[in-house]
Design a protein around this ligand. Structure first.
Ligand code: FES
Ligand code: FE2
Length: 417
């Protein structure tokens, strides 16, 4: 197919209020997405706190690509591809560690943690020492926002700031919850594999229509008020930021309640140390921060911040996706961190109820989408009652599919470029 043909094809398959089911089930579409989305746009890779010290490294991924995030001795963060320049072996086996170099196990080629080849055995075979000018592949562009490291395989294109747009403010909101203005992702990662297309996960992260049904049992067991945030009467909104990013903005509900830490299901009295530290750090602004709580934001295509936990979505095939999960930890807030870790394990840990509920839905969705008819997926909910806010973002009700339509509009733009 020519480029014009595939352009026309995606124009047809992605419409404003419906998308074609084959977009979730076709290996060819997945191959196109790797090229046009995962290897073109900005993708979240990791957080600087995961490579806190010089020579720390951690294995990450951009889609199916194995990426080493390293910090060289001079403090710079690098994104290197885990592929030996000799014959392609993995150069890094460990999930994380501290080392100034990586040595390939196959023939002993050794690379600095900034990617340069520093040595190879039996160098006469190459005409002597220092004759080879080969290094590890690298992600051409690396950019950091508030410690969040993003990479792009496209050497040129929009900057990270342009890509994030106003969604960057949601990351800032998360970071503000730390008395020291920094988060740390040091609690360790869980990995959940789902037999489902990655877009089902991305769409679900800010789908405010499903929680009352899919999570009814956990809400009732935990006597949680969260379900009510996603109802017809809720004053919460769904916002599409552009560039495929979206959020469930629950602040209107929390402001109505007006209780510090109400968003976290607790009270000021039970977190005295944290509240004191926040008031000392932020002064009068602390009240608002403590009432409004953490963001619930999906950053296209793979970073989801769900208040106190963080997810990254990693697609492996058209019908296989890994969700990496960790608890957010706020620097200078040990009281909160302990509870955030407990809540994270309870909701998305190995026996966690929330993630199990959602995963069941992704997988059933994937099976259903393989059926022949009807061919389309409907995403029109609430389109008649959307409005554009003062910053130019489309806003819908708490249960509307505004976020999904924003996701697909950006998807279509990338896939037809
Ligand atoms: S493949 Fe790495 S040294 Fe040969
Ligand atoms: Fe859910």
């Amino acid at each position: 197919m020519t480029h014009a043909d595939t352009r026309a094809r995606y124009d047809e398959l992605v419409q404003p209020e419906r998308v074609h089911g084959s977009l979730y089930t076709s290996p060819e579409v997945f191959a196109d997405e790797l090229a046009r989305i995962w290897y073109s746009t900005w993708v979240y890779v990791g957080h600087v706190s995961e490579v806190a010290k010089p020579n720390d490294y951690v294995r990450k991924a951009i889609g199916p690509q194995d990426v080493i995030m390293s910090r060289s001795a001079d403090g710079e963060v690098h994104l290197l591809l885990n592929r030996c320049a000799h014959r392609g072996n993995l150069v890094c086996e460990a999930a994380a560690g501290n080392s100034s170099s990586f040595r390939c196990a196959y023939h002993g080629w050794t690379y600095r943690n900034s990617g340069e080849l520093v040595g190879y055995p039996f160098h006469q075979g190459y005409g002597g020492r220092g004759k080879l000018d080969l290094g590890l592949g690298r992600v051409p562009r690396v950019a950091v926002h508030q410690g969040f490291v993003f990479g792009s395989f496209a050497p040129d294109g929009p900057s990270l700031a342009e890509h994030l747009g106003d969604a960057a403010g949601e990351i800032d909101r998360l970071v503000r919850l730390s008395p020291e203005g920094e988060i740390e992702l040091t609690a360790g990662w869980l990995q959940h594999r789902a037999r489902a297309n990655w877009k089902l996960l991305a769409e679900n992260e800010t789908d405010g229509y499903h929680p009352q049904f899919v999570h009814a049992s956990i809400f009732s067991v935990a006597e949680s008020g969260i379900g009510a945030l996603y109802g017809e009467k809720s004053s919460a909104v769904t916002r599409a930021f552009g560039h495929g990013h979206s959020e469930n903005d629950l602040r209107p509900e929390f402001r109505r309640l007006g209780a510090p830490l109400g968003w976290f299901g607790t009270t000021e009295e039970r977190m005295p140390g944290y509240v004191a530290a926040m008031r000392a750090a932020h002064g009068e602004a602390a009240q608002e921060i403590l009432v409004e709580g953490a963001p619930h934001v999906m950053i296209f295509p793979n970073l989801f911040i769900a208040e106190i936990q963080m997810f990254t979505i990693q697609p492996l095939a058209h019908d296989v996706t890994v969700q990496h999960v960790t608890a957010v930890q706020l620097k200078g807030a040990p009281e909160m961190n302990r509870r955030m870790l407990q809540q994270c394990v309870g909701s998305v840990g190995p026996a966690g109820l929330l993630l199990a509920d959602d995963t069941e839905m992704y997988e059933r969705n994937q099976v259903g989408l393989g059926e022949l008819r009807p061919e389309w997926v409907d995403v029109r909910r609430g389109s008649h009652r959307e409005h554009v806010d003062e910053r130019g973002h489309t806003v819908g009700g708490a249960t509307d599919e505004t976020a999904m339509r924003g996701f697909w509009a950006h998807y279509r733009e990338l896939m037809t470029r």
